[in-house]
Design a protein. Structure first.
Length: 138
């Protein structure tokens, strides 16, 4: 009976040690993940701060260029400046061509047969029939 209790005690102790070991490894993994997340957060923060510094420097350069050009424009205000005239548009109106589907529908609405439409537009009869059917659905 004592041997039986000792064996059960060793088994229970072994299970407890195994459970503690697995819990310890899980806690250690979660701590490692947390450290990695903190490192990534620091890297992202550093990256954003460097971008902000670059943007600030670019804004300062732009501001200095704008102020220097505004003084130049102000100095030349007394001089007569040439007025800008945009180029004249061409009078050629673009020619619009109807799509084959539109041509099929317009000819069908005028009363032409599907065979005649297919021959005139150099399309297949089945294709012409499908175009007409789809147009009727809509």
């Amino acid at each position: 009976m004592i041997y039986f209790l000792l064996i059960i005690s060793f088994i229970v102790d072994g299970l407890l040690i195994y459970a503690l070991f697995t819990i310890f490894t899980k806690v250690k993994k979660s701590e490692e993940i947390e450290l990695r997340q903190q490192e990534v957060a620091r890297e992202i923060e550093d990256l954003f701060s460097s971008y902000l510094l670059e943007i600030k420097e670019e804004n300062k350069r732009l501001e200095s260029k704008l102020t220097s050009t505004s003084f130049r424009a102000g100095e030349g205000a007394g001089k007569q400046q040439e007025e800008y005239t945009p180029p004249e548009p061409e009078n050629d109106e673009p020619e619009y061509q109807l799509s084959p589907q539109s041509k099929v529908i317009s000819l069908h609405n005028r009363g032409h047969s599907i065979n005649d439409i297919a021959k005139k537009l150099n399309l297949g009869i089945t294709e012409t029939q499908l175009i007409v059917k789809f147009h009727k659905r809509n």
